[in-house]
Design a protein. Structure first.
Length: 663
């Protein structure tokens, strides 16, 4: 015999819908509240021999919906259509597992009682007259109404306008019938068939240790017959709404929410060829959200999930069927992506048309710190298609013409941007130090003589130089026509500061010998302190010095340009969020160099410059750079060969040495 699984599962879902239809209907007032409002007058914690309990008493029927939450562990009890009339809002616990009980009016017509637990503990919800009692610990054998952490179908209230569904045995399908108000039957609640609630035949439940098992055809048929019988009995028998129901096993403790963006309770689902609408009804029962489906939502679903958060399962199903959701309060709307896209485009076109239909207004705004010319381009980017903006430099105002809804946005931007800028004071110190030493020693030698026979004469050459000593020359030099003795070597100091002369005159011999020397030392220090104050992100420049004119001729046109020979500080500060100052700095010291000959009357320039980007603490000091120059030089001029002789060679050479250190 071949089992028709899709037909059996369709019948199974019809049983669930039939159970919803047979739930009692509460008449709704126009404002959404129940016609008869219950009042919670007492909440107490009691200690039974083997378990703790929380007792909630009041006037009127208290309809409770229980749900377990984790991190920390707690039990949330929502009483629909009830209001609080208790004074204390927090009741401390007297023994484990109840740590404390918190009470509050969650919504105008929903009272909430939160039981904080020391650990995830099984619980039972039962009735004692008009009171609701929540037991924790080992379950008793007393018949009680069990409300597990998963939201059951029997605990949901059906709204007045919701159509009723009934099951026809002759034709196993859902048939839309009259509303519960038209039936005029106060149908009691009844427990779902055991085949639907036992873990061994779970189709969709909160996560547990047991794996879901698909029921066989015999089990499904028996469950269908039992549900039809119970539905017929409920429709024909007047029963009170406070009828006691059979107990059920306490719900196992649910694990912690899944990591990541999904926080729903884990569920296990095993469905095959199920209508999408029935799956979303199941999501409604599990999540407690009001679910609204777009008419275009259709299709079937086959899914097997184990211990998956229900919100993740919902996203997976919607992704596979090109659906998307919109959550407004506790109402979840599900529609196709094309529908939502068309709605968004329609809404955008509607807003655009409404904006174009509104008459524009013109306003002026005076700026205090920002320049209107620089602010206008930024504000233009936030105007509508009909907007325009002008500015007046004289009064520093911006003139805005646009629809009224845009004006507050621009005003907020102006308040944020038109603010006083912070100011920064920057002081630079330019230090230049130099040290020099120069030593110059030289000799000059001139001699002349003749042999005793008078035929040979030996002496210097006036082309080399002549002695600075004038005297009556010897007779053999009279032909020279000069009273100065020609020099044989002329290696004197360039700018002597000291000298020694040795001379000799005789009829046949004359000698002039000069030793000259010069020594110079120099120490220099230059300290400059340029200082400037500027606003945040504004460039500032300060300089002092000379402008040098330079004449140029281009195409027979004479023009004069000026070149700066100045001390200059150029800086752009930026104040960071940490309170430090980030600076773009240029320090330059340019002076005329007198040691280099001018070219066509234009002097040479000696430049010291440093350019960098640096971050400085408020009030701090930083060294941005420097150059140290050390120069040593020795120059020797000598008479060939003789100048290289030891000791005596010093009489025939000139030595010039120098040492320069600058910073």
């Amino acid at each position: 015999m071949k089992t028709n699984w899709p037909a059996l599962w369709h019948g199974y879902l019809m049983l669930l819908s039939m159970a919803l239809a047979s739930s009692p209907v509460l008449a709704q007032t126009p404002g959404g509240a129940t016609a008869t409002t219950a009042v919670i007058s007492s909440v107490a914690i009691t200690q039974a021999p083997q378990r703790s309990a929380v007792r909630v008493e009041g006037e009127g029927r208290l309809d409770v919906h229980a749900g377990r939450m984790h991190n920390p562990d707690r039990l949330v009890l929502d009483f629909a259509g009830a209001r609080l009339a208790v004074e204390k809002t927090v009741i401390p616990g007297i023994s484990a597992p109840v740590r404390e009980v918190r009470i509050g009016q969650y919504r105008p017509h929903v009272a909430r009682v939160v039981v904080d637990l020391t650990t995830a503990t099984p619980y039972q919800v039962s009735r004692d007259g008009e009171a609701v009692v929540i037991y924790f610990g080992t379950p008793s054998t007393t018949p009680v109404e069990s409300v597990p952490s998963v939201t059951t179908l029997a605990s949901r209230q059906i709204e007045k306008t919701r159509p009723e569904f009934r099951y026809s045995a002759a034709s196993p399908r859902l048939v839309a019938g009259r509303s519960a108000e038209d039936l005029k039957i106060s149908a009691p609640r009844f427990a779902l068939p055991g085949e639907l609630t036992q873990p061994s035949v779970t189709l969709a439940s909160f996560s547990g240790k047991k794996e879901p098992v698909r029921p066989d055809a015999t089990t499904l048929q028996a469950a269908a017959e039992q549900a039809v019988q119970q539905a017929n009995t409920a429709a024909t028998t007047m029963a009170t709404s406070s009828a006691t129901q059979a107990p059920a096993a306490p719900a196992p403790a649910a694990p912690a929410p899944a990591a990541g963006k999904y926080t729903g309770e884990p569920i296990s689902v095993n469905l095959k060829d199920v209508d999408l609408k029935d799956f979303f009804r199941l999501i409604h029962e599990i999540s407690g959200l009001n679910v609204v489906l777009d008419p275009a939502v259709k299709g079937s679903l086959t899914i097997v999930l184990d211990e998956v958060p229900w919100d993740q399962a919902l996203d997976i199903v919607m992704q596979n069927n090109s659906l998307d959701k919109q959550l407004s309060g506790n109402v979840l709307r599900i529609a196709t992506r094309s529908t939502l896209k068309n709605e968004a485009e329609t809404q955008r076109d509607l807003e655009k048309a409404q904006a174009e239909a509104i008459a524009p207004v013109t306003v002026t705004r005076v700026l205090s710190y920002a320049k209107a010319a620089s602010m206008a381009p930024t504000l233009k980017k936030f105007l509508s298609s009909r907007g325009d903006i002008l500015y007046d430099d004289r009064s520093n105002q911006v003139i805005i013409r646009d629809i009224p809804s845009v004006i507050p946005v621009l005003d907020n931007l102006i308040r944020q941007l038109d603010r006083k800028s912070q100011q920064v004071e920057i002081e630079a110190r330019v230090v230049s130090a130099s040290r020099s030493f120069a030593l110059d020693i030289g000799t000059q030698l001139g001699f002349a003589g003749q042999t005793t026979s008078g035929r040979s004469i030996m002496g210097g050459d006036s082309a080399v130089g002549t002695s600075s000593v004038t005297s009556t020359p010897p007779p053999f030099l009279t032909s020279a026509g000069s009273s100065s003795l020609p020099l044989n070597t002329n290696l004197g100091a360039g700018a002597p500061t000291s000298g020694l002369f040795l001379g000799h005159r005789s009829p046949n011999f004359a000698v002039d010998f000069f030793i000259t020397a010069a020594e110079a030392k120099g120490v220099g220090k230059l300290l400059s302190k340029p200082k400037v104050i500027t606003q945040n992100n504004e460039k500032a420049t300060v300089k002092q010095g000379t402008k040098i004119p330079i004449q140029t001729t281009i195409n027979n046109t004479i023009s004069v340009q000026f070149i700066d020979a100045v001390l200059k500080l150029e800086v752009t500060p930026q104040i960071t969020a940490e309170g430090t100052v980030f600076m773009d700095v240029l320090v330059e010291n340019t002076q005329i160099d007198t040691g280099i000959p001018r070219v066509s009357g234009i002097p040479a320039l000696n430049t010291e410059s440093a350019e960098t980007k640096v971050t400085v603490a408020d009030g701090g000091t930083v060294v941005i750079g420097g150059i140290i120059i050390s120069s040593q030089r020795t120059d020797i001029q000598q008479v060939p060969l003789v100048g290289s002789l030891p000791l005596i060679g010093h009489l025939f050479n000139r030595g010039n040495s120098g040492n320069i250190l600058s910073t």
